[in-house]
Design a binder for this molecule. Structure first.
Ligand code: 0O2
Length: 207
């Protein structure tokens, strides 16, 4: 079965709700970016993309967490059936976008994790928000969860490479590789801060 068919099979009628939440989130971010530029500010976002978690990945996650592998559990017990990733230029842009998103009245913040201030032991850095969004249907309103990941270009680069390398666990000396990956993450975090300082110096000079 191709992925599209498999997803429809697993998510059933909820697929259309998930697609609507995904489009809604992407539209909101797009509007926030355009509005800031319209009023003379820098666009804080480098790019933004989203996805509906594949049925295969959702089944794997539910099983890994010891949850029932059902649609109900996929919609209510894990929160990232819908996910968007906002990649920003600088660290302060990430926090600016977090603040702006928190002001969206009809989007309830359920949970947030700041893996930038508190990186994971392997070096993973990102800001995660779990939100709940309404979907207005002809006869009722449903609420669906979504995950918003925010990070800088450097954090995104590290996460993409680490994700790729995670699957290459047959290579010996895993401990050394993990240590090196953590060192790369720390170096990239330090570069992120230097780049931000350079931008601030330029901004200050231009004022
Ligand atoms: P995919 O395929 O990317 O969607 P919980 O612990 O229950 O509160 P959860 O969702 O189990 O929450 O874990 P967490 O730590 O909030 O991470 C959620 C997502 O963040 C992951 O989704 C990854 O996308 C990303 N992520 C977290 N840790 C790492 C990491 O160490 N490396 C990389 N590259 N990404 C990470 P999924 O579902 O695991 O995968």
């Amino acid at each position: 079965m191709d992925t599209g068919e498999e997803n429809k099979d697993f998510y059933q009628d909820a697929q259309v709700l998930l697609e609507s939440v995904l489009q809604e989130l992407l539209l909101r971010v797009n509007l926030l970016r355009r509005y800031q530029v319209l009023y003379g500010q820098r666009d804080p976002v480098e790019h933004c993309k989203g996805r509906i978690k594949s049925a295969e990945s959702m089944r794997e996650k539910l099983a890994r967490k010891g949850l029932p592998v059902t649609l109900e559990s996929a919609l209510n017990d894990v929160y990232d059936a819908v996910g968007i990733r906002i990649v920003c230029q600088f660290v302060d842009d990430v926090y600016r976008m977090v603040d702006i998103l928190k002001r969206q009245e009809d989007m309830v913040l359920v949970k947030e994790k700041d893996f930038i201030k508190n990186p994971k032991p392997n070096g993973y850095r990102s800001y995660h928000m779990i939100v709940k969004l309404p979907v207005h249907l002809p006869d009722c309103t449903r609420e669906l969860y979504a995950e918003i990941q925010l990070r800088t270009i450097a954090m995104d680069c590290w996460a993409a490479l680490e994700h790729e390398l995670k699957y290459k666990q047959t290579i010996p000396n895993q401990e050394l590789l993990q240590k090196e990956l953590k060192r790369c993450s720390d170096e990239m975090a330090s570069t992120d801060l230097t780049m931000q300082t350079i931008r601030q110096v330029i901004d200050h000079h231009e004022e």
